[in-house]
Structures are given as C-alpha cells and as structure tokens.
Design a protein around this ligand. Structure first.
Ligand code: SAM
Ligand code: ZN
Length: 290
C-alpha cells in the first residue's frame, strides 16, 4: 500500500479516518495495520494490500485455504498474531472461494490480450487527465494499470486478494489496490473524476452499485460494460438490467450518455479458460458523464 493512500481510505464500519502502523516497508508498505480509533476496527496490510473487510475473520471464513497461505506469508509477529486470532474465529462454512479466485486470476492473466481490453483502452483514451480514478472489480489490474499511465491517482477495488497480489506486482507511485466490498464506504465521501465498472453487474445488485457510484461522481465520467449474463442460479441478483434499463437508470441517476454509446454495442470479450476452452461474451459499452 502506498503511504499516500492513507489520505483516501476510511474505516468501512464507521467511515472515520484511519491510523497507519507500519511493520515493514520499502518503497511502499509491505506489512502494517490500519486502525480506527473510533470503533476499534483493525484492517491488516498483507503483501502490500490493505484488506478492508468489516471483519477479517469473516473475510477468511469464505477463504480458509487463503487464510493458511496468508499466515505463512506474514513476517511481522504482531500481524501474524492478528491473523492467528482471526483464523481461530473463522466460522465453519463449507464454501471456500480460494480455488475459485485463484482460477479466475489465472484466466484473466491468460486473457490479457483479449481484444476487449485493447478496445477499452482506445475507448477510454479520450478522457482528459483526471485527479482521482477508481476501477470497480479490477481483478489483476489490466485496465487499472493502463489508467495509471495517464491519470494522477488510480485505485482498484476487488474482493479477491489473489487477483490483487498479481496486480500489485507492478509498482507505480500513483496506483494502488484495496481488498474491499463494492458497497462498503472504503473511500468515504471522496469524489472521483473517472469510474470504471467492467463486467461486474452480475455480482452485485446493479441498482445499488449504480446508486453508489452516482454519489461518488460530482463531475466526471463513468464507463461501464456488461454482457448481461444474469442467470446464475441461487447467486443471481434480484434486479437484473438489460441494454435499455441500464441506460434508463444511468440517466435517472443523473448521467448523460455519450451519443456514440446510446445504442447497444457488441464487443467481443474472450476469456481463455484453459488451452482447449474459451468463453466468448458479447459486451455492451456505455460511456456517460455528469
Ligand atoms: C467478472 S470479473 C471482471 C473483472 C474485470 N473488471 C474485467 O472485466 O476483466 C468481476 C470482478 O469483480 C470482483 N467482485 C465481484 N463482486 C465483488 C464485490 N461485491 N466486491 C468487490 N469485488 C467484487 C471479483 O473478484 C472479480 O475480480
Ligand atoms: Zn471505525
């Protein structure tokens, strides 16, 4: 975590500013703790990544295998103890997301050269140099790292520690990543000049996310893509959107849609699942602004 990121991060429980304790640092913080003096919440920084979950045990409850791996990686004794206690409070849940998140991180690494990303890079290039940029669901940071080439400060948020560990391999003094839930107030009342949310609407209630993002932008651009692949069995969102209702809702939230994206588009997003299998999505792109 960059030391400068402290200015932007807030306690996800009470929204207060945080205090930073550094255990190990080089050009950025490798191990540390973010503490909220108001509600006593603690957020560990492990492998350069702040894990801003309201309860670290809860985060690890769905990722027990990752918990063991993280414990092995930590060097500082205070942080190791914190991890040990958190692991001992882990609830018994059968589902473990570790393998799934590892698998998807590999898929994104193998799919970096998908035309979708070059198309998106070209589509975003027109946005003038912004002060503050946020990408929701940044995964391994394909677009986030690109954005950091031309904007002042760029953040990526994702719940996958595994994906962010890969993203964090690239150091830039204006690029940082946070493990957090999309709908948690991890950036407090900060306003962003540019927000990206690519292919995430199936994983969070879409209207809640749009409402949340609309409050984070006073003046600026919002760029969103989606394949509208909402049929996910018991994990399906309650209120899916489509080409039309996404545009209508963005307008309701005060966004003006760029004329070139008023009509639905069909951009190919190819994901290489393994050497013999590919997933081909047909993605719609909307560029809008306030
Ligand atoms: C389908 S992937 C899209 C990745 C990337 N935006 C792209 O288009 O290549 C969705 C990403 O969002 C993250 N994610 C899903 N729901 C989330 C949530 N509620 N909070 C934080 N991250 C979430 C996942 O871990 C995953 O990396
Ligand atoms: Zn707090």
């Amino acid at each position: 975590m960059l030391e400068s990121s402290l200015e932007f991060l807030r306690c996800v429980r009470c929204c207060s500013k945080l205090e930073l304790i550094v255990f190990k640092s080089e050009r950025e913080i490798l191990e540390g703790m973010l503490e909220c003096k108001k509600c006593n919440s603690k957020y560990p920084i492990i492998e350069k990544i702040p894990i801003m979950w309201d309860n670290f045990s809860k985060y690890l409850s769905l990722r027990k295998k990752l918990g063991g791996q993280i414990y092995g990686l930590i060097e500082n004794s205070t942080l190791k103890q914190f991890c040990k206690i958190s692991l001992s409070n882990v609830k018994k849940i059968d589902d473990d997301r570790t393998d799934l998140e590892e698998r998807w991180s590999k898929i994104y690494q193998n799919s970096k050269s998908s035309k979708f990303y070059s198309h998106m890079k070209k589509s975003i290039d027109f946005v003038k140099k912004s002060n503050l940029v946020l990408e929701y669901g940044c995964s391994i940071g394909i677009m986030t790292s690109f954005l950091a080439q031309s904007h002042d400060m760029v953040f990526g948020i994702d719940r996958s520690f595994t994906a962010l560990r890969i993203a964090k391999k690239l150091y830039k003094n204006n690029l940082d990543y946070v493990v957090a839930d999309f709908l948690s107030p991890v950036f407090g009342k900060s306003k962003f000049d540019l927000v990206l949310a690519l292919n995430v609407l199936e994983l969070v209630e879409p209207l809640k996310l749009l409402n949340y993002i609309s409050k984070q932008i006073d003046t600026g651009h919002f760029i969103i893509t989606d394949p509208y692949d909402f049929d996910r069995g018991i994990n399906s969102v309650k209120n899916p959107l489509n080409e039309k209702s996404l545009r209508t809702n963005l307008e309701k939230f005060g966004f003006k849609i760029a004329s070139k994206t008023k009509s639905p588009s069909h951009i190919t997003w190819e994901l290489k699942l393994n050497p013999r299998a590919k997933l081909n999505y047909d993605v719609d792109l909307i560029i809008c602004k306030k």
